[in-house]
Design a protein around this ligand. Structure first.
Ligand code: GZL
Length: 356
């Protein structure tokens, strides 16, 4: 027995010595040599689609960050807004033996089995932007994203302040154009509005439907809402800029004016993302308040990957800081759960400096 163990020990040493020269990537390529010159890290990134300005800015950010020059081999998959395409892409990444999987999940549910497959393949999964709802959170290494519920609370707190500033305490009729149902951004923003209805008994939901975060569907939904109850609507709560663009286009076509003067028939539009086009519409007076949702994840994701490459621990959950913008300047701060948040008035100079 002892002799065998010595033999095994000897063989193991030879193998380890031989392997210590190179660390092999899961697809069999060499990842690094003794001299520590790391060759590229292979990243499989599953992106939701290209449904919005936000998404395009998000894709640009991750592609710029995970470039060949920066030492990455990025395999990028656009799922065309279909979860089944994301699941297929992740399985392909596993078969290809990538070093890391990065996922922006279109909806929160339905990820347990594919993430278990990645875990069993020993591939760390980093989730960003939207969240996954899984029974075992060891199925992913970490998440970095927005606090969507807070985004909605900030929008509603601004509306409450605005109505107070105009001494408007009549019934306020609100139409909610929701994002993709089941997406974290939709869940958080819609829940915050429902909370606001409970806190402001004179606020009334007169219409609610999903515009799937796209301009085209935002138009369709706004069109049917205006047909149903156009003359009643005081406020449109659009859960992203692209649906707000669609809503504004239809409002103009049907003779409804966006603005702040809701007591004289104007419709006050609330939006999210604070993309450059969205803030232009704030400057133009078409969108009253816009809550930022920062898409520039590339550098943050690189920090996470580099930390993992260096064998460091990473935070399980990281929220990114976000701002809020309006076309009026006299509401400079709003309170949410006792905490102040700045509301910045949009100016041409601010617009010129926007990164997305
Ligand atoms: C939010 C993001 C949402 C944006 C939309 O983090 O997932 O998806 O608000 C985008 O514009 O389509």
């Amino acid at each position: 027995m002892k002799r065998i163990s010595v033999f095994v020990l000897l063989m193991t040493c030879i193998l380890v010595a031989g392997c210590s020269k190179n660390i092999y990537k899961r697809n069999g390529d060499v990842r690094s040599e003794d001299n520590g010159n790391r060759s590229s890290v292979t990243i499989g990134l599953s992106q939701i689609g290209s449904e919005s300005d936000w998404r395009i800015a998000s894709t640009d950010s991750v592609k710029a960050a995970f470039s060949v020059e920066n030492g990455y081999d990025l395999i990028f998959d656009d799922a065309q807004q279909k979860q089944e395409n994301q699941l297929k892409a992740i399985r392909e990444f596993i078969d290809q033996g990538v070093d890391y999987i990065i996922l922006d999940p279109i909806v929160e549910s339905g990820w347990d089995s594919v993430l278990l497959e990645a875990k069993e393949a020993g591939i760390p999964v980093i989730v960003y932007d939207r969240r996954v709802e899984v029974d075992d959170d060891s199925l992913y290494t970490c998440w970095i994203g927005s606090d969507f519920h807070l985004e909605g609370k900030r929008a509603c707190a601004w509306l409450s302040e605005y109505l107070k500033s105009k001494s408007i305490d009549r019934e306020i009729k609100i139409a909610d154009i929701q994002g993709t149902l089941g997406a974290s951004a939709q869940i958080g923003r819609s829940e915050a509005l429902d909370e606001a209805f409970r806190q402001n008994r004179n606020w009334k939901l007169v219409a609610r439907d999903t515009g799937d975060f796209t301009t085209a569907k935002g138009k369709e939904v706004m069109n049917s809402m205006l047909k149903q109850c156009g003359d009643e609507i005081d406020v449109v709560y659009a859960e992203n800029d692209n649906m707000a663009y669609g809503a504004l286009e239809i409002m103009e076509q049907r003779g409804y004016k966006p603005g702040y003067d809701i007591d004289n028939g104007e419709i006050l539009v609330i939006s999210f993302d604070s993309s450059r086009n969205g803030l232009q519409m704030v400057l133009d007076g078409d969108i009253a308040v816009n809550v930022e949702c920062n898409p520039l994840y590339g550098p943050r994701l690189v920090e996470i990957i580099d930390a993992l490459e260096a064998g460091k621990e990473v935070e399980k959950e990281t929220f990114i800081d976000e701002e809020q913008f309006s076309g009026i300047g006299y509401i400079g701060t709003i309170q949410v759960d006792g905490k102040p948040y700045t509301v910045t008035q949009v100016t041409p100079e601010l617009l010129a400096e926007r990164q997305y």
